[in-house]
Ligand binder design. Structure first.
Ligand code: DCS
Length: 531
């Protein structure tokens, strides 16, 4: 009777489609599973199905590409979340903390940064245009939000329809005006492409530049791993140039020369130079003289300049305001005639922080019309950037103006976020610098601190024995002791024998002192343990 009911249960499970999944789970790693149509057969008579797509025969660069910002540490943190849920629901203490603090990623709204009101009002109206017909609409939404939504809808038509591949024409015009105002030089809407965040734009340009391993892209070390991962995915070569940590992560032309010449000696053609300004993960900002040298270096070597300027509004040092590469190139005029450049911007950063809306743009400069047509084709293969993201780009580049109903509130919200980020950047850097064996260049921009940690030899030894990078070993212990999730420096690149981690300064002003204190307590205990 017992045997019979067990069989019945197994058959019911199979009938519910559970048999196949348990079979595939039990055969995980062998690459075979029992197909559903065989459910009536006994397993001994089932022919095994050889998986067509396996780890061994898939595109190898997908496997070798690494992206630490959402890597091992975050996967561990996500596992801890379910333990925290149990801790909360069952009222038992399982971990020495109550929540995970995600300092691994520049995702401000995940850490409770409030969206700018005007942006959400306009998006809400565009998403639900019937609201505009309501006789009471002017009691709920400010007049300029209503007017902007009407204007955008007039050019977009409907947010549920594909837009043009390059982006909505009126938004492209808004971006061009913004660039003109920022730099004091004309910008052509035809050379702008709207994209799903800057990530897609960067990937699209790297796709064009890389044919095989003999094409190299100069990237900073440390760098934001979108670059290393994408170069790897497309089968190109990463040509690292080190930023000078002792000199505040300065970018130095002789080091660029060194990396360029090393590549040439290896038979690799450097095709492009990536500059992240303000820097991620370093937070450094470039001054105009340094930028001018960089531009001339690119011109002399015929390198396409890829200017990642997504943190252009996150600049905290008064004596180094943001200057765009477009302006530097235009200032140089005929000296750099013919230079090719693509610059990137995004709605994810600055005080906008609308990461989830996936809006961004790139501006092409000096790129040949033939190549531009190919970029257009690539964009059209993806149909179009998401339409809400495009609307948010419009709002970012054309916020409420003086005299408009929302202007005061917009300025207050903007300044509150900006000033708070500035205070938090200082607070974090000061706290990190007070720790034994830790030095941290104060972030001049962006959203991150990248402290160097001098790990005791015993900690390095133990990490190596466990097959871990020493900085990952430190970060894992930090996570497990405090719930604070940061990213090991090895995920961004660093000089051999040095160890860092990257943390955002995005926890709220109320929370950040607590975060600093927890890091300090952990660090003291860690250093004592391995002394
Ligand atoms: N460029 C840089 C330098 C970035 O830091 C990021 C995102 C991007 C481009 C792409 O952003 P969007 O695709 O959202 O426009 N920064 C990641 C990071 O390091 N933390 O958060 C995301």
């Amino acid at each position: 009777m017992l045997r019979h009911s067990t069989k019945l249960f197994v058959n019911l499970e199979r009938a519910a489609g559970l048999g196949a999944s348990s079979a595939s789970a039990s055969s995980a790693g062998t690459g075979s599973f029992i197909p559903k149509q065989s459910d009536t057969m006994t397993s001994s008579t089932t022919p095994s199905y050889q998986k067509s797509l396996t780890l061994d025969n898939m595109c190898p660069t997908v496997r070798t590409a690494q992206y630490a910002v959402r890597g091992e540490l975050v996967i561990r943190a996500e596992k801890l979340v379910s333990t925290l849920d149990r801790q909360k629901n069952e009222g038992i203490k399982l971990l020495p903390f109550e929540e995970i603090v995600y300092c691994n990623i520049g995702n401000p709204q995940q850490l409770k940064q409030k969206p700018l009101s005007f942006f959400r009002q306009v998006v809400a109206l565009c998403e639900c245009p019937e609201l505009l017909e309501s006789p009471h609409i002017d009691k709920i939404f400010p007049a300029d939000a209503i007017a902007r939504a009407r204007a955008l809808l007039a050019s977009v038509g409907n947010t549920g329809a594909y837009s043009g591949s390059q982006g909505i024409a009126s938004v492209l015009r808004s971006v061009a005006k913004f660039i003109e105002k920022r730099d004091g030089y004309p910008a052509d809407p035809e050379s702008i492409f709207l994209t799903d965040g800057a990530s897609v734009a960067v990937q699209r340009i790297l796709r064009l530049l890389i044919r095989d391993r003999s094409d190299g892209i100069l990237i900073p070390i440390p760098q934001y791993p979108l670059y290393s991962a994408t170069i790897e995915l497309y089968g190109g070569s990463q040509l690292g140039y080190y930023l000078n940590e002792e000199a505040g992560w300065k970018m130095e032309i002789p080091e660029l020369e060194r990396s360029y010449n090393d590549a040439k000696e290896k038979g690799i053609t450097p095709r492009a130079l990536v500059i992240i300004n303000p820097g991620n993960p370093t937070g450094q900002t470039l001054d105009a003289a340094n930028m001018s040298d960089i531009v001339q270096f690119c011109h002399q070597k015929r390198l396409v300049l890829l200017a990642d300027e997504v943190y252009q509004e996150n600049v905290y040092s008064e004596n180094k305001p943001f200057v765009s590469f477009k302006k530097v190139v235009k200032d140089l005029g005929t000296k750099v005639e013919g230079l090719e450049m693509v610059s990137f911007h995004s709605v994810s950063k600055g005080f906008v922080g609308e990461c989830g809306k996936r809006g961004g743009y790139m501006e092409l400069f000096g790129i040949s019309p033939e190549v531009k047509s190919e970029i257009y084709k690539l964009s059209s293969i993806g149909l179009c950037p998401n339409v809400i993201g495009q609307l948010v780009v419009d709002l970012m580049v054309n916020p409420p103006q003086e005299g408009e109903a929302s202007h005061k509130q917009y300025i207050e919200e903007r300044d509150a976020i900006y000033n708070s980020l500035k205070r938090r950047a200082n607070l974090l850097a000061t706290a990190l610098n007070s720790l034994e064996g830790v030095t941290c260049n104060a972030p001049e921009g962006a959203m991150y601190a990248f402290p160097q940690i001098r790990l005791p030899p015993k900690a390095v030894e133990e990490a190596k024995q466990n097959g871990k990078q020493p900085d990952a070993h430190y970060c894992i212990q930090l996570l497990e002791a405090t719930g604070i999730c940061v990213v090991p420096g090895s995920g961004f690149g660093q000089r051999d024998g040095t160890y860092h981690f990257r943390t955002t300064f995005l926890p709220s002003e109320q929370a950040i002192e607590g975060v600093c204190k927890k890091v300090a307590d952990f660090h003291k205990a860690f250093m004592a343990k391995y002394k």
